[in-house]
Design a protein around this ligand. Structure first.
Ligand code: ADP
Ligand code: MG
Length: 315
């Protein structure tokens, strides 16, 4: 059995016996409202996002746009307020507490930005990687073999006996990714995994995540501020005010020696709603009216020269 098949055979609902139809992650009209005292914060407002099994995507957006909220919901660390969120066969809006614990333990790996949060400080790297496997009752021999393979894939084979404080930031995040994949989860989530690293280390982490995505088929959703990320992922989704406004795909441009070209598309949801690109949205800072039509296959947006709301009813 190939490495990919072996990894996938451990994944419930992915290529295994129970076949699913549709995307692996399916969020539609997702809302998250935080209530603090008498104040309500709407962190996600009708977010739509579909991610296919085996996809590698990056989520970018300004601070406070809802990126961590989305990831925490997908990780089963937080519950959505309304809408729909399916991961594999699981409905995360309507899941029991026990089932959510199982989900977090074996179906999703999570990497935080803060290196110190990812690893148990008094355990060696190898023991950190084996810990989640021990919690799900795997045999010592199997634990050791998979921990070795993960360390090798992440270029930290010689660091197994070290403690987290004896590693560089980049090495700690690689170890954290190994811990995240310990139970062979179908889904790996990472919230700004390279936020505390320099460009060189960030590049190598993204390359490794790409490699793991290809060799094991693990679906990856990661939040990042890293500007060069599009070359490492299948697509970049842009989150703004709690919704996915647009998506960027990059492709090699063969006319220009394979330079990377990025195409950004506005997302139109199932109800026909869309978010104007930020440069256009700036013209509507206090709202307003627009006339939308098609011209030569292109969407045209016109703003009225006189405000029809103010002239209505006049003779
Ligand atoms: P990002 O990760 O994109 O910076 P977050 O998802 O952390 O954004 O936050 C989105 C919005 O929700 C922000 O306005 C933030 O202040 C608010 N928020 C996040 N977590 C909580 C919480 N636990 N309680 C109250 N408000 C929260
Ligand atoms: Mg965040």
């Amino acid at each position: 059995m190939s490495r990919l098949n072996e990894y996938l055979s451990n994944q419930p609902g992915v290529g295994g016996v129970s076949q699913r139809v549709g995307p692996y992650i399916d969020c539609s009209d997702l809302f998250k409202i935080y209530k603090r005292a008498d104040l309500e914060v709407v962190a996600l407002r009708g977010l739509d996002l579909a991610v296919e099994s085996g996809e590698l995507i990056a989520v970018i957006g300004a601070s406070g746009s809802g990126k961590s909220t989305l990831l925490n919901i997908l990780a089963g660390l937080d519950r959505p307020s309304a809408g729909r969120v399916m991961v594999g066969n699981r409905d995360l809006l309507d899941v029991s507490d026990d089932d959510l614990v199982m989900y977090r333990r074996s179906e999703v790996g999570f990497v935080w930005q803060a290196t110190a949060r990812n690893l148990v400080p008094y355990l060696s790297v190898a023991d950190n990687i084996e810990l989640p496997m021990a919690l799900t009752g795997q045999l010592a021999k199997e634990r050791r073999a998979w921990a070795d393979e993960l360390q090798e894939s992440l270029g930290i084979s010689d660091k197994g006996k070290r403690f987290p404080y004896q590693l560089s930031g980049g090495e700690q995040q690689r170890a954290a990714i190994a811990v995240g994949l310990a139970n062979k989860p179908p889904l790996l989530l990472a919230d700004e995994p390279t936020g505390e690293l320099d460009t060189e280390n960030a590049d190598s982490i993204f390359k490794m995540i790409g490699g793991l995505n290809r060799s094991y088929g693990v679906t990856v959703v990661m939040v990042t501020h890293y500007t060069g990320v599009s070359q490492y992922v299948d697509r970049v989704v842009h989150i703004r005010d709690g919704r996915i406004g647009s998506e960027t795909f990059s492709r090699p441009d063969y006319r220009r020696d394979g330079d990377i070209v990025e195409d950004e598309y506005v997302v139109v949801d199932k109800s026909g709603r869309l978010q104007l690109p930020s440069e256009l949205a700036d013209q509507f800072r206090s709202g307003g009216l627009a006339k939308i039509g098609m011209e030569d296959g292109q969407i045209k947006i016109d703003t009225p020269r006189i405000n029809p709301r103010q002239t209505r009813g006049r003779s």
